[in-house]
Design a protein around this ligand. Sequence first.
Ligand code: AKG
Ligand code: FE2
Length: 278
Amino acid sequence: MIAQASQEWGFFQVVNHGISQDVLLKMRKEQMKLFKKPFHEKMNDKQLNLSAGSYRWGTPSATCLQQLSWSEAFHVPLTDISNSIHHPTTLSSTMEHFATTVSELAHNLARILSERMGYKSKYFREICLPHTCYVRMNRYPACPISPQVFGLMPHTDSDFLTILHQDEIGGLQLVRDGKWISVKPNPEALIINIGDLFQAWSNGVYKSVEHRVVTNKAKERFSTAFFLCPSYDTEIRSCFEPSVYKRFTFREFRQQVQEDVKKYGYKVGLPRFLMSTH
Ligand SMILES: O=C(O)CCC(=O)C(=O)O
Ligand SMILES: [Fe+2]
């Protein structure tokens, strides 16, 4: 069923995911506390021992309101979390627990999806190590000029797969048959979506679907995401021939995305790596 959903929708929601509500709620509570800190503390968070640039807000490359994402986020590589365990805080130990549990689920899902493609291997366990995966905590403040601006601009995820936990507010939308549809919020569920790398690896069978977040006029919203990513040197190639995409390393993919964002203001993504047809 999950393989079918990954082919048709690129997204699915699971309720019996095996991660306790306790872990999810504690994570949410710590995340809310973190975002409540004053701006200058979030910008230079020494307590957390995070790498520079883990706190982000808005869209640095935006040149007009339509390109601005009305949100703030902490983008935390799993290694940062385990490093901060030497000086543990409630936040770091909660994040550590969340990340290890959700990472295990991500690996299990990746294994099931790859087995469905006829692959029985430790491929994802070998290439997606803790230092290359990350957790992203998002906060979408209430937006007085909603719906003029997005909470998060339309995008596809540049990873193998993403596991997302959202609160009860709603706002996540995905493309289906050319139309935007809303994902019904269920704080007990986890949302799984296929990223660009799984689409390339599965030769286009599993779909990396465009999604966005719309703003809410009255209420703030929180979500927490786990991204299953390989090391930069990993070569992504399709698991069967003839291949739709050229081979590329994750580094090449990221560089191309950054170049396109700079040049055109948006990510072109996988179509850049299509095999030429002549
Ligand atoms: O907050 C959400 O619902 C979506 C977040 C998301 O798409 C992302 O962080 O890539
Ligand atoms: Fe996303």
